[in-house]
Design a protein around this ligand. Structure first.
Ligand SMILES: *Cc1c(COP(=O)(O)O)cnc(C)c1O
Length: 388
């Protein structure tokens, strides 16, 4: 048997006709730039993310860059983030001229550890970028509290977390209730990723829970001023056209991508559910074998990745490889040890939990279309791979 890491064929097949029709409509209209589909998608994503505004952009990476630009973060500024994330999070900080400052992770959730945050704040700190890693929100109450105290912006890197939820105050509400789980959270009390900070950055890269047919992204916010500035920055800072008060870039989302996303968007909740069901199936059968994902009971996890953890990671990975089971290491090198960040002067040992995670984690297939045969095959081979 073969189980790919992600099966975009299985996702595409049932919606093929509608996707092609929606692309055809874009070609027929020739409104490749700023077609009406952009606004329609922005409204849908804003509502879904419980935000007043959503601005389509060219990628998840550009969503972060344009947010930093809108906040006037540049040379001399520092921005705090996690070393255990996709490169873009820190790369964007560098690209606006600021300095990335890392804070180690909580080894249970792999998210930034807010208890270590405050000691890294200086008078140059301008923002914090928590990453909702693998689809579980970071500890936003504590992060927002610190941000408020020091007057910092909070940029959620929600690239992996569209539809994830966090219950504000949940850390206290759910304390001492061992049987509490997020199904008990009264509806409307938990908040979606993208509405938890000043801005939320989303990616529609094909491997995310909501993916387009190329690159695409979105910024969400409840801040009218930031929304307006991001909209202007998206088109070279021009308003009105050809008059530039500020310097932006070409950060637009293509109409074709919006058209494809409009077809896929109504299926997103169903896909989340498929991933959550798969995760439950894995959890029950793997919990005594490897470290399974740890989800805080006040979080709703959307499982962009299902990441397991073991000291025998390399052997396990080799066994999965030989068994034709797709897998990936997110992430093999913590960002503070990336060659390009050598100038920051970090060394091995600086962020022990992130470093340990890079040696022990492996993500296995979790996409919604997995069959029971495939899941059983993955489980069987994780168990066998550990025993070797
Ligand atoms: C995918 C991803 C990005 C970048 O998104 P792109 O659309 O590929 O530019 C940024 N941060 C995280 C955590 C991601 O997973």
């Amino acid at each position: 048997m073969k189980v790919p890491m992600l099966d975009l064929n299985a996702q595409y097949e049932p919606i093929k006709e509608v996707v092609l029709q929606s692309i055809k409509e874009v070609f027929d209209s020739k409104r490749f730039i700023n077609g009406p589909q952009i606004k329609e998608l922005e409204e849908k994503i804003a509502e879904y993310c419980q935000c007043k505004y959503a601005i389509g952009v060219s990628s998840g990476t550009d969503a972060i860059i344009i947010s930093l630009m809108a906040m006037d973060i540049s040379e001399g500024d520092e921005v705090i983030t996690t070393p255990f994330t996709f490169f873009a999070t820190a790369g964007c900080i560098y690209r606006v001229g600021a300095k990335p400052i890392f804070v180690d992770i909580d080894p249970k959730t792999y998210n930034i550890n807010p208890d270590l945050l405050e000691e890294k704040i200086t008078e140059r700190t301008k923002a914090i970028i928590p990453v909702h890693i693998f689809g579980q929100t970071a500890e936003m109450d504590k992060i927002n509290e610190i941000a408020k105290k020091y007057n910092l912006y909070v940029i959620e890197d929600a690239a992996q977390a569209i539809g994830s939820e966090y219950l504000p105050g949940g850390i206290n509400i759910t304390q001492n209730k061992s049987n509490y789980n997020r199904n008990n959270i009264p509806q409307g009390e938990s908040k979606r990723a993208g509405s938890l900070g000043d801005v939320g950055c989303f990616s529609f890269f094909p491997s995310k829970n909501l993916g387009c047919c190329g690159d695409g992204g979105m910024v969400t916010t409840n801040n009218e001023e930031l929304a307006e500035k991001i909209r202007i920055l998206r088109a070279h800072g021009s308003k009105p056209k050809y008059y530039h008060k500020i310097i932006g870039g070409n950060f637009r989302l293509d109409t074709i991508q919006a058209a494809v996303l409009l077809v896929k968007f109504p299926l997103l909740e169903k896909w989340h559910k498929g991933r959550q069901d798969n995760a439950k199936y894995y959890d029950d059968r793997l919990k005594d074998v490897v470290g399974i994902p740890y989800i805080e009971n006040y979080n709703r996890m959307i499982y962009n990745q299902y990441t397991i953890r073991t000291k025998n990671r390399d052997k396990l990975q080799q066994h999965l490889q030989e068994s034709n089971i797709g897998n990936a290491i997110y992430y093999p090198v913590p960002l503070h040890l990336q060659e390009c960040f050598a100038y920051l002067g970090y060394k091995a040992g600086d962020y022990p939990e992130a470093e340990k995670a890079t040696k022990e984690v492996v993500s296995i297939p979790i996409y919604p279309e997995l069959s029971y045969e495939q899941k059983d095959y993955v489980i069987e081979n994780v168990i066998n791979g550990i025993r070797i």
